[in-house]
Design a protein around this ligand. Structure first.
Ligand code: GAL
Length: 686
């Protein structure tokens, strides 16, 4: 059962940036997912009137319309979509037209039951929800490209269509399928990765362990449920394959769309937070004209405004500039154990914070709250209660705000601090049979990001092999896996005068997840001037006092100084007197090793010291909890001041400053009312 698509290595070819198409919708685009097929057409006229009232400029349509667009294989009914796009165009609203490939119709699965996904335990899942297909299924690929092609042919020249929305949240529900077809595809991917050399795979996977040596490619399976722990490198390559497999579907759709409509930009909505880790978005972002992201607050997060900021910074970094917020919520979602509504003003603070962190468009799931279906209890721009509601009033106000921010479009970030983020390291860290199962990549990064956010320090995210020359300080909260190139790039940054701070259990393994021998933290030992000979992870709740005050959590190791100085040491336990945090002069620069996870206050004061010594200052002085973010335009800076304290604030601004949401001059100082937001244009000398 061959399948005709690019081998994985071809995915590494970057599309030249000049080939990227841009979105023609002016200013900061505003809208949401629009699913009018759920309603009688009488309702559509009211939708148009209310969208205009709210200042909506672009909606995503057709995301889940496959069953209506293609009632049976190869026969299409575009009448409803024709009317819808016509109506949007008449009302001056652009369409982000989706390929409906996230939800194949029932007829497809009746004809192709082999396209249903199989889970790790060998259970075949049934259709009846969405995104329940095998990413490697040739029948799915054919059907998806057929409907994408039919839509592209029909609507390539439609004046309403401003962008293609490819699929929806790739991998949200079906990132890993363990069926036989996926197994074949995995083997093809492995053959490309290892140059058809089975011995190379055996060495990379360390298959002499537990008698796992493979003599034939056909012996290799997905890491299905088995008696004990599967081989770590096998699992890691599987995660890489699963990300690439979905990416190959995305790029195949993109090519079909581009063939019919060469000028229309294409996006697909990422999900960089919510603990979703299926896709290596560093590989995905260069393949898209426009990077977009979906972000939802987690009810259990006591400081979700920090999650919003971290998400925005990560997406801006993936995009290398402005991006679109494709989905978030006006209020509660429906998929957490208890779904919290937003507090007064939170809708506005969230949306404008995404803009502050680089979004050039703000959209929601969804326009009108459903009365039926699995998401009937999810908030929307137009709630069940109608326009006499707080949400609707907030939605209308936000539309006016975004209109007033049109000139911010295209401006970008100004960070001097880079935080390393790597999906390979994340996957490897969270494999089973680690020294501690308590380590969560996203939580570790967040714990370092949080104090920087509280101080108002601007941050970019980078790959380990990124160009680090724009930065003074590079932070590596967690990088369990790193290859030699990433190692040389990071340590070279310090050698040339930068400041590099690295968290515990980093540099431990190479790209094949093989331990770097000779002592920990393997790859970074020399640059950090330390060597640990044994790891001592701490039990949940266990705390060890530190000499400078504060406590160590999660992790400790027996560090010996090999050139570095101890900044703080353990005061108790088996490692009493052993350094917990070290500092080292390395080349022209400085390196820091945080060999433990200090409690939040101790970590915060360490990071303040590290960034101050590195010469990094906050964007502007402001009380804690008042978020100040800067976007840089060609002739002005835009200072976003967001009050999360509920007490309001005054912040110093340039003399010629103007507050854009009110249009008023604010020479010298801007005052932000409790829970409110100000966006200040500060003229800049060219
Ligand atoms: C997203 C998805 C939307 C909707 C939303 C609800 O993950 O793309 O279609 O389900 O969640 O929060």
């Amino acid at each position: 059962m061959g399948r005709d698509h690019d081998p994985p290595t071809a995915l590494l070819r970057r599309r030249p940036v000049s080939a990227k198409r841009t979105l023609s919708v002016p200013g900061i685009a505003y809208g949401g997912d629009y699913n009018p097929e759920q309603w009688l057409e009488e309702v559509w006229a009211e939708d148009m009137r209310l969208m205009r009232e709210a200042g909506v400029t672009m909606v995503s349509v057709g995301i889940f319309s496959w069953a209506l667009l293609e009632p049976s294989e190869g026969s299409y009914d575009f009448s409803r979509m024709d009317r819808l796009l016509g109506l949007l165009h008449e009302n001056g609203i652009a369409a982000d037209l989706a390929t409906p490939t996230a939800a194949p119709p029932a007829w497809f699965f009746r004809a192709h039951p082999e396209a249903l996904p199989v889970d790790r335990d060998g259970r075949t899942l049934s259709y009846g929800s969405r995104q329940t297909f095998c990413p490697s299924s040739p029948a799915y690929r054919t059907a998806a490209l057929r409907i994408a092609g039919a839509l592209a042919e029909r609507y390539a020249d439609h004046p309403a269509v401003a962008m293609w929305h490819i699929h929806n949240e790739y991998g949200c529900h079906n990132a890993q399928c363990y069926c036989d077809t996926s197994a074949e595809s995995f083997r093809r991917w492995l053959r490309a990765r290892y140059g058809d050399d089975l011995a190379a795979l055996n060495h990379a996977w360390g298959t002499t362990f537990w008698s796992q040596w493979y003599y034939d490619w056909d012996e290799i399976l997905p890491p299905r449920a088995t008696g004990a722990v599967p081989n770590p490198t096998h699992q890691l390559d599987w995660r890489r394959f699963c990300s690439d497999e979905l990416l190959s579907l995305c790029t195949a759709e993109r090519e079909v769309l581009a063939a019919a409509a060469p000028d229309i930009p294409a996006t697909t909505n990422f999900m960089v937070m919510q603990n979703f880790d299926a896709l290596d978005y560093w590989r995905w972002a260069p393949e898209l004209d426009v990077v977009s992201n979906d972000h939802y607050l987690m009810s259990a997060d006591p400081a979700s405004e920090i999650d919003v900021a971290m998400s925005g910074d990560l997406v801006r970094s993936l995009a290398g500039g402005p991006w679109l917020l494709m989905e978030h919520s006006t209020g509660a979602v429906n998929w957490q154990p208890v779904n919290r509504a937003k507090r007064p003003g939170e809708l506005r603070r969230n949306a404008l914070a995404h803009v502050a962190h680089g979004a050039d468009g703000i959209a929601y799931f969804q326009w009108r709250a459903s009365k039926a279906g699995a998401e009937q209890w999810h908030s929307a721009m137009l709630p069940h209660s109608g326009t006499d509601s707080r949400i609707w009033r907030d939605v209308v106000r936000l539309g006016a705000d975004l209109k007033a921010l049109a000139e911010v479009r295209g401006s970008t970030g100004t960070a001097e601090v880079a935080v390393v983020w790597d999906w390979n390291a994340r996957w490897a860290l969270e494999l089973p049979s680690q020294p501690s199962a308590e380590l969560r990549f996203q939580d570790l990064v967040r714990s370092w990001y949080e104090p920087l956010w509280r101080e108002g320090v601007a941050v970019d995210f980078v790959r380990p092999d990124a160009d680090l020359s724009p930065y003074r300080l590079v932070l590596v909260p967690s990088l369990y896996l790193v290859d030699d190139e990433g190692t040389a790039n990071l340590t070279g940054f310090a050698e040339r005068g930068g400041t590099l701070a690295i968290g515990f259990h980093s540099g431990a393994v190479d790209e094949n997840a093989h331990v770097r021998l000779g002592g920990y933290p393997g790859a970074f030992r020399q640059a950090l001037g330390v060597r640990s000979d044994e790891l001592f992870p701490l039990l949940p709740g266990e705390q060890v006092p530190l000499s400078g005050g504060g406590t160590a959590l999660l992790w400790s190791e027996r560090v010996r100084l090999e050139g570095a100085e101890a900044v703080t040491s353990y005061e108790d336990g088996p490692l009493k007197g052993v350094p917990a945090v070290t500092r080292h002069s390395y080349g022209e620069g400085t390196t820091w090793y945080l060999a433990t996870h200090p409690d939040p206050a101790t970590l915060a004061s360490l990071l303040t010291r590290i960034r101050t010594e590195a010469g990094v200052a906050p964007v502007r002085t402001a009380p804690e909890g008042v978020e100040v973010v800067r976007r840089r335009g060609s002739s002005a800076d835009y200072l976003f001041v967001i009050d999360h304290t509920g007490r309001g604030a005054e912040v110093t601004v340039a003399d010629g400053a103007v507050e854009l949401l009110t249009g008023k001059p604010v020479p010298g100082t801007v005052t932000v009312a409790p829970g409110e937001v100000a966006v200040v244009r500060e003229p800049r000398e060219r």
